[in-house]
Design a protein around this ligand. Structure first.
Ligand code: NDP
Length: 459
């Protein structure tokens, strides 16, 4: 019998922490979990879930307009922000409640409190002091503002979900996942949107052909793009905000969103008391087993700042619990993780980009660009679908698949299985398409568009 209060104590009740706690308890461990803000964490409360509901809401406006081309007499008379917010908040509350219930149902002791380290086995949890043999840090991340004058006048992504009305004119700073998604959904709901970002194109790290297609799509839906630009200051002028830009222009807006990245939540944990080491940005440093510099303290999810995606956090939290308490040592792979950006149209990807693959060796590139059937009828601009396969020339293995276009995320999940299994281009080719769909293009890409990385292969 352990001399500690708990076999396993989890700090943070988000996707990673809740999954790990439940699975550990299922394996018979005595588990506690502390959450100071909301059960379900960022994803359920101020991230993936409420965001996707708002993306859905934005799509209906476009569909209502497009319906006319199919003979429908529909007109969108306007959008009721409060009604959407109420429906969204009810769903978020339902899901958050389920997380809490699931934990309790699996025998985990839950604390609605902040946990901080006293020493390497002891935590202050609200008013109580608890000890644990093993501890998991799963505290996630927090959106950050840039250090510019007036930054406090700007909003962060959490704030979208408490706004009482749609801001009419919005500046979105940054061009990562959140910036692109926010720009599209706010535009879809009727706002005028400026995207201000320091790179030449949005979504650094994504495949270049997809980024270029995204630029066209964003422009076509009336989002004003400001590439190679930095915000310099925000000032208030009555009800408006004035956003200064490095180009010396000023934008008059009603809201500025900082979508400029997230910081790991470690500041208030007193990690020094436990001897847990962090990187310069506060991320907890872990080894391949997710153990920190103290071998009985682990960390998973956004707090390690590795691949900040909910399903990655749940998968690693689950694998850790199986390893520690289920007598089933295993790891979740960080390779070939499918991911999507819920832009309009959405983007989805799995595996290597052309640029990543080309530095490793010679690859064949298959590429198609077409107007999806729906938009041959609506004639809506900027809705081209682009699909791309990056194929290893020597083995013919598909190293990467990329798509921008309607249903991209739904399509990419299945393609992801094939890529994870090591499918070759010939495996794709011998798969019969489902007709008529956009997805079938992934199995009918006959002609190589170009080759890349030939020089890297020769070296
Ligand atoms: P990202 O890291 O994706 O993007 C941050 C953006 O801020 C980039 O455009 C970056 O520019 C810019 N930036 C950072 N620092 C500065 C600076 N000093 N000056 C100017 N610009 C700056 O972060 P997000 O906040 O968008 O999202 C955080 C993470 O959350 C994502 O990486 C993703 O893992 C996850 N997420 C996933 C979603 C999904 O799965 N659909 C949805 C939302 C979030 P540059 O590119 O030039 O560095």
């Amino acid at each position: 019998m352990s001399s500690y209060d708990f076999d396993f104590f989890v700090i943070g009740g988000g996707s990673a922490g809740v999954r790990s706690a439940r699975i550990a308890a299922g394996h018979g461990a005595q588990v506690g979990v502390a959450e100071e803000r909301f059960w379900g964490g960022t994803c359920v409360n101020v991230g993936c879930v409420p965001k996707k509901i708002m993306v859905n809401a934005a799509e209906y406006g476009m569909w209502a307009e497009d319906a006319a081309a199919f003979g429908w007499d529909i007109s969108a008379k306007g959008h009721d922000w409060a009604k959407l917010a109420a429906a969204r908040d009810a769903e978020v509350a339902r899901l958050s409640g389920i997380y809490d219930k699931l934990l309790k149902g699996s025998g985990v002791t839950t604390y609605n409190a902040r946990a901080t380290f006293i020493d390497e086995h002891t935590l202050q949890v609200g008013e109580e002091r608890v000890t644990a043999e093993r501890i998991l840090i799963a505290t996630g991340g927090t959106p950050m503002r840039l250090d510019i004058p007036g930054a406090e006048l700007g909003l962060i992504s959490d704030d979208l979900f408490t706004l009482k009305e749609l801001p009419k004119r919005v500046a979105v700073l940054g061009s990562g996942y959140i910036a692109v998604e926010f720009a599209c959904l706010l535009r879809g709901l009727g706002a005028e949107v400026d995207m201000v970002y320091r790179a030449p194109m949005p979504l650094r790290g994504f495949d270049e052909d997809i980024r270029a297609a995204l630029v066209e799509a964003l422009t076509a839906q009336g989002i004003r793009l400001n590439p190679d630009v930095l915000p310099t200051r925000i000032t208030r002028a009555g009800k408006e905000l004035l956003l200064g830009l490095s180009t010396n222009f000023v934008r008059e807006v009603d809201a500025v969103f900082f979508c400029t990245g997230r910081n790991p939540n470690t500041a208030g944990l007193n990690l020094a008391a436990a001897g847990v080491e962090t990187a310069a940005n506060g991320a907890v440093l872990v080894d391949g087993e997710h153990a920190t510099s103290r071998k009985h303290i682990y960390a998973v999810g956004d707090v390690i700042d590795r691949l900040n995606l909910t399903p990655m956090a749940t998968a690693t939290g689950h694998a850790l619990a199986d390893t520690l308490f289920g007598n089933r040592p295993r790891k979740a792979s960080y390779e070939n993780v499918p991911t999507a950006v819920f832009s309009s149209p959405p983007i989805a990807t799995v595996g290597l980009t052309e640029a990543e693959a080309a530095v490793r060796g010679a690859v064949d590139i298959y590429l198609t660009r077409f107007t999806p059937m729906r938009h041959t009828i609506t004639r809506r601009e900027g809705r081209k679908t682009v699909m791309k396969l990056v194929v290893d020339q020597a083995t013919q293995r598909v190293l990467g698949a990329h798509m921008i276009g309607e249903d991209a995320a739904e399509i990419m999940q299945g393609i992801g299985i094939a890529v994870v299994m090591g499918a070759t281009k010939q495996d794709f080719d011998r798969t019969i398409g489902i007709h008529p769909t956009a997805a079938e293009e992934f199995v009918t890409l006959r002609t190589r568009a170009r080759e890349a990385g030939v020089k890297a292969a020769a070296e």
